[in-house]
Design a protein around this ligand. Structure first.
Ligand SMILES: *Cc1c(COP(=O)(O)O)cnc(C)c1O
Length: 421
């Protein structure tokens, strides 16, 4: 029995499935999760002391790599001063000013503790602002695990929805409309039928939770236009893409101006932070100024705020995004050269899909039509070779400032070997 095997056996006795978030359980790849004890730069270290090249990067937050010295010093400095105050403090002010002065559509921002919480709160603001009940979301996008977002389409109609989890309040089912991605006609139809009932449309402008399904700009622009026309708010969920594909996220990259935006992952530099923000007229509906209630005992935790600021300060001049784009382009080119691999990518977010077809995949329907090589055996061969991808065929990979061309070449070489079995 390996060290990880025995730790996992013990974990299963004290936590559901032995984990505190499902994808960590290796259900998608089989076998026992490898227990990790730390990380440095582009590497993660397992419990037996093996250094493994990491392309999961904590599922996105670590854009600067593991153990970035400046982020570490900021966090330790905050701990030395006191790690929880429950009062007004200057640390969240500094982070809020840093963001609002650089992202015009974020005039006001509220910090919370996770992406899920950010989305849940932003949806409440949208309902409060419009007096409308329904939310439009898209099949293949993930917005955290609040009831209203754990709903997928049933049949082709936006009205026919199904729960994505047991235990949802059934009343929430009718409150969420679901449309397919990349389908203008379906979008027109759902707004034609329900436009006046929709409080907001929420979308990942770069859907990155079911593989990577980049949307056409015209499609996102149509969504923006339809929201404006029907008085629905546009909520861009930039929990992955925010500060990741560029400082201003996809909104900045694509020139789409959201009414509300949600952040997570990179914004906390690896500490638990989420945030929602947007136009002042909407954010001032939030308590204590407005009637939309939202609160948090540990919100804007000083350690997380200082780590977040130390992260964003290293990103704001755009230099790192250019570096990551260049490295991403190398990765895309080298992985696409492997037979049976199709890479979809934006900047430092990449998804190696193990199917041979270069056609861009943009919706769940596209995925269903392209059978892939089983991911599990390939994942385990890579891990044996010292390379860690996220343990699911439908999780994306991330590059960080700590990755270099040698790391990318190692991935390409080992993936080629792993696919030959
Ligand atoms: C990760 C993610 C969330 C949920 O964030 P948590 O911090 O895991 O609660 C929400 N939306 C998107 C787009 C995400 O990628």
């Amino acid at each position: 029995m390996s060290t990880s095997d025995s730790l996992f056996a013990r974990s299963k006795l004290v936590s559901p499935g032995g984990v505190h978030s499902p994808v960590r359980a290796f259900k998608g790849v089989g076998g026992t999760p490898r227990f990790m004890t730390g990380g440095a730069g582009a590497h993660i270290r397992d419990v037996d002391g093996r250094e493994i090249l990491d392309f999961c990067m904590a599922f996105g937050p670590l854009i600067l790599g593991h153990g970035n010295k400046t982020v570490r010093d900021a966090a330790v400095g905050a701990i030395d001063k006191g790690w929880s105050l429950g009062t007004c403090e200057p640390y969240s002010l500094a982070l809020a000013e840093f963001i609002t002065s650089r992202i015009p559509w974020v005039e006001s921002i509220r910090f919370v503790n996770s992406g899920t919480e950010a989305v849940m709160s932003a949806l409440r603001v949208a309902r409060g602002a419009t007096g409308r009940d329904r939310i439009l979301k898209f099949d293949g996008c993930y917005h955290g695990h609040t009831d209203a977002m754990l709903i997928r389409s049933g049949s082709g109609l936006a009205e026919a929805t199904e729960p994505d989890s047991a235990g949802l309040n059934k009343a929430t089912l009718g409150g969420t409309l679901v449309a397919p991605l990349n389908d203008e006609a379906a979008l027109e139809q759902v707004f034609a039928r329900h436009g006046a009932e929709i409080a907001c449309a929420i979308i990942e402008p770069l859907p990155a939770n079911y593989g990577l399904l980049p949307q056409r700009l015209e499609y996102l622009q149509l969504l923006e236009r339809l929201c404006r026309k029907h008085g629905a708010l546009l909520l861009l969920d930039e929990v992955i893409s925010g500060f990741r594909v560029g400082f201003q996220g996809c909104a900045g990259l694509f020139g789409i101006e959201p009414d509300l935006v949600t952040y997570g992952k990179v914004i906390g530099g690896g500490f638990p932070v989420g945030a929602y923000g947007g136009k002042r007229q909407y954010m001032e509906l939030v308590a204590p100024v407005g009637p939309v209630y939202q609160a948090g005992t540990l919100s804007a935790n000083p350690v997380a705020m200082c780590a977040g600021l130390a992260t964003l300060e290293q990103l704001a001049d755009g230099r790192l995004y250019a570096q990551l784009e260049a490295l991403g382009a190398q990765l895309e080119q080298q992985l696409n050269a492997i037979p049976g691999v199709t890479v979809q990518r934006l900047g430092s977010v990449f998804w190696p899909y193990l199917a041979a077809d270069a056609a861009p995949l943009r919706s769940l329907a596209d995925l269903k039509s392209k059978p892939a090589t089983p991911f599990g055996p390939v994942f385990h061969r890579l891990l044996e070779a010292g390379i860690y991808l996220a343990p699911s065929a439908f999780e994306v990979g991330f590059l960080s400032a700590a990755h270099n061309s040698t790391h990318v070449a190692q991935l390409a070489t080992q993936l080629r070997v792993a696919l030959q079995g």
